[in-house]
Design a protein around this ligand. Structure first.
Ligand code: NAP
Length: 260
């Protein structure tokens, strides 16, 4: 990947560097685009080189300052490469959005094999914490930063189809609280985006299922499926100085509220 063009972007995130995992498609791609539109230099990443190349090319064509690298968040060496890319091409790190998440099977919690549990917990829960620990010294050098974890509405209203995934996304609410507490003294805020049903490849199996869709609409107050762009305004705000007194918060973007 080439060095990102350093156009002087004005905006609330100008001169910031943002690392977004799982950002070549869906919600992560929309977040990467928005943070770059806000003036940040964005490091795009995902598992497949051709997806990284495609996403970087699209965003650079739009005049945005992005670079990219392959990073499977479950692999330590890929996480190291992601950090190295941000430092080498952008000179530091201010924002981390942990968006990559997987759900390899549809089925119950107790029906999940050990292999399935390991994969879901490794990618969805362990990887954000491990990546943040690798980035932390560099964020501290910049005097603080902002971290966004991406959970799911399944954390609050679990679906029977999504057993272990529900649990992993609930764990992220706890991780948000714990990290917010641990990192407050370092000037690092940690908040959580909690998307509802968003139209992406990841949710295709559900939003194409007529029975699920009917049940969904009965419970869904705004009567529409979300788009990846519905998530980006919140992330942009939480990463910006406008949210400087907000940490440890989880905010639902779902067209309804599942809690008091
Ligand atoms: P998506 O459209 O399928 O995009 C997933 C992105 O993540 C792709 O860029 C993919 O690229 C990358 N990726 C997948 N596994 C990865 C891994 N192990 N390491 C690094 N990158 C990886 O998915 P999405 O719907 O935007 O979902 C994004 C996040 O939102 C997930 O955490 C998901 O749990 C959460 N979420 C989604 C919904 C929804 O309705 N869509 C609802 C609630 C929460 P590669 O294939 O190149 O790796």
């Amino acid at each position: 990947m080439g060095i990102p063009e350093r156009r002087s972007m004005s905006g609330k995130l100008s001169n910031r560097v943002a690392v977004v995992t799982g950002s070549t498609d869906g919600i992560g791609f929309a977040i990467a685009r928005r943070l770059a539109q806000d003036g940040a230099h964005v490091v795009v990443s995902s598992r497949k080189q051709q997806n990284v190349d495609r996403a970087v090319a699209i965003l650079q064509t739009e005049g945005l300052s992005v670079t990219g690298t392959v990073c499977h968040v479950g692999k330590a060496e890929d996480r190291e490469q992601l950090v190295a890319t941000a430092l080498e091409h952008c000179g530091g790190i201010d924002v981390l959005v942990c968006n990559a998440g997987v759900n390899p099977v549809v089925g119950s919690t107790l029906g999940s094999s050990e292999q399935v549990w390991d994969k879901i917990l490794s990618v969805n829960v362990k990887a954000p914490a491990l990546l943040l620990s690798q980035l932390l010294p560099h964020m501290e050098k910049r005097g603080g930063g902002s971290v966004i974890l991406v959970s799911s509405i399944a954390a609050y209203t679990p679906s029977v189809e999504l057993g272990a995934y529900n649990v992993s996304k609930t764990a992220l609410l706890g991780l948000t609280k714990t990290l917010a507490l641990e990192l407050a003294m370092k000037g690092i805020r940690v908040n959580c985006l909690v998307p509802g049903m968003i139209k992406t490849n990841f949710s295709k199996m559900l939003h194409k299922d007529e029975v699920f869709w009917k049940r969904f609409k009965e419970n869904q107050r705004l009567q529409r499926i979300g788009q990846p762009e519905d998530c980006v305004g919140l992330v942009s705000f939480l990463c910006s100085p406008e949210a400087s007194y907000i940490t440890g918060e989880s905010i639902v973007v779902a067209g309804f509220s599942p809690r008091l």
